[in-house]
Design a binder for this molecule. Structure first.
Ligand code: NAD
Length: 456
């Protein structure tokens, strides 16, 4: 089938390449000429494992252009443009979605299907469906649940497919089933809902994940104050099948281009709908999350005294491993907070230096861990990349001026680092991070270092 994908960012570029892998002919459209030029050369404009390979493998089935008129040859049109936080409020800025649909309208015809994938405030799809209807085309909302870093696999093998349809519309369901024939044949569950439910499924899922992360980070605050260890607490409560261990990794919290803006937009939409009270807890979820960033800096200050002129190495800039995305990155926020307190920050990341530099050119970025550690008076593990989790503490210790590490992701093997002469401070681990009263060392959970990072 011939498909267009409008918006070729983290979501759209992977979706376009994924649809080509499923056997479709795809026209990828974006207003960003640089991004389109890279994609046309079969180069991924951002870091996403597996994406360059797909782009190269399906060159013959992928066309990238800035000209929306090219969509006239397609029958199914995916809308994958951004819905960032508005500059003047916590709500979502849906102007890009509106603009993309408006630009598409002249090329729509009866039998065409517009498929919304962007995350939008509930009610947006209904508004857009009314605009699409006079062309004879139909609209379905098909929210996207991919995780950056695993986006290719999530696109090809999604956990579930949700189709929000406009009234009774079996034709659109059948058309979308044909697009997703391969994952459906492989057993992917598919749910058909109304438009409102489909939009809410996405925001509710993100609200739940954010709440789970902030819950354990709230427990981390209590653990720090009471002498407990939040990683052991998480292991123990996570063994309860009703709770589960995933998304209970206490640390620096969530960030990125989705969760923070999505919970704010959800709350703002709740206010508009008159159900603000039901979603007010998301304000606390947000606050707990943001407090972790200052906590890291406070722990450092407690250890070193005033940070003015102190050289701090920050390992990690991306909001999570396996991505170069620094939108609302907790790691980059720590870099900025440290600089505000006068520290000399030297930061590194395996892939996110360029995206970080675009967002904030002021900090010193270096290419390698060795350069970052050289002469450092403290080290912060801010993004739990596998290569940082697996660092040899003896080697790492050879270049620093002072063996102090703040493990802001609770990802290091504390015993190993201590044996190599490091002072290790974690978050929510009283013996590793308690500022007031560092007590006797307690047992580490045996599998702490093997724990996989959560991906949102
Ligand atoms: P992004 O900023 O990486 O990409 C958005 C793209 O849309 C940009 O390349 C931009 O140039 C393009 N664009 C804007 N207006 C356009 C227009 N009128 N016509 C054509 N292109 C236009 O954002 P993203 O991370 O890909 O997110 C896109 C949407 O998907 C958001 O609603 C987001 O919440 C949702 N989403 C993202 C992820 C993720 O992991 N990134 C996961 C699920 C859902």
């Amino acid at each position: 089938m011939r498909i267009s994908v409008i918006g070729c960012g983290y979501l759209g570029a992977v979706h376009a390449a994924g649809m080509a892998e499923l056997g479709h002919d795809v026209i990828g459209i974006d207003v960003d000429a640089q991004k389109i030029a890279a994609l046309a050369r079969a180069e991924a404009p951002f870091y996403e494992p597996g994406l360059p390979e797909l782009l190269r493998a399906h060159r013959s089935r992928l066309l990238f252009t800035t000209d929306v008129a090219a969509a006239r040859d397609a029958r199914v049109h995916f809308i994958a443009v951004g819905t960032p936080q508005r500059h003047d409020s916590p709500a979502a800025d849906t102007r890009f979605v509106d603009a993309a649909v408006d630009a598409l309208l002249p090329y729509l015809a009866p039998g065409h299907l517009v498929v919304g994938k962007s995350t939008v405030p509930v009610g947006t799809a209904e508004r857009l469906a009314a605009r699409v209807r006079p062309t004879g085309a139909r609209l379905v909302w098909n929210p996207e649940f991919l995780r950056e870093g695993r986006a290719v696999d999530d696109t090809l093998h999604p956990d579930r497919l949700v189709y929000g349809v406009d009234g009774d519309d079996e034709t659109s369901v059948a058309l979308l089933d044909a697009v997703y024939a391969a994952p459906l044949a492989a057993g992917t569950p598919r749910m058909v809902t109304d438009l409102a439910t489909a939009q809410l499924v996405k925001t509710a899922a993100n609200a739940f994940l954010a709440t789970k992360i902030s819950f354990i980070n709230a427990m981390a605050e209590v653990a720090e104050a009471s002498g407990a260890d939040v990683t052991q607490l998480a292991d123990a409560i996570g063994l309860d099948a009703r709770i589960g261990r995933a998304f209970l990794n206490a640390g620096l919290g969530f960030g990125g281009g989705c969760l923070p803006k999505d919970i704010r937009a959800f709350r703002a939409r709740g206010d508009e709908l008159g159900v603000g009270e039901a979603l007010s807890f998301l304000g606390e979820v947000d606050s707990i999350n943001l407090r972790r960033r200052t906590r890291v800096v406070d722990v450092l200050e407690h250890e070193l005294g005033p940070l003015i002129g102190r050289r701090i190495a920050v390992l990690g800039l991306a909001f999570k491993p396996d991505s170069d995305d620094v939108r609302d990155s907790p790691a980059l926020a720590v870099v900025q907070l440290l600089r505000e307190r006068g520290a000399v920050v030297v930061a590194t990341d395996p892939v996110a230096i360029e995206t970080a530099r675009l967002r904030d050119p002021l900090p010193t970025y270096v290419e390698t861990v060795e350069q970052a550690l050289d002469g450092a008076e403290a080290v912060v593990l801010a993004t739990e990349w596998a290569e940082y989790r697996g660092l040899d503490p003896v080697v790492a210790g050879s270049g620093v001026a002072n063996r102090l590490v703040v493990d802001a992701r609770n990802a290091l093997d504390v015993d190993r680092w201590r044996e190599a002469g490091w002072v290790v401070r974690g978050l929510g681990r009283a013996h590793a991070s308690r500022v007031e009263d560092p007590r006797s060392v307690q047992r580490e959970p045996e599998h702490a270092a093997e724990r996989q990072p959560d991906h949102v």
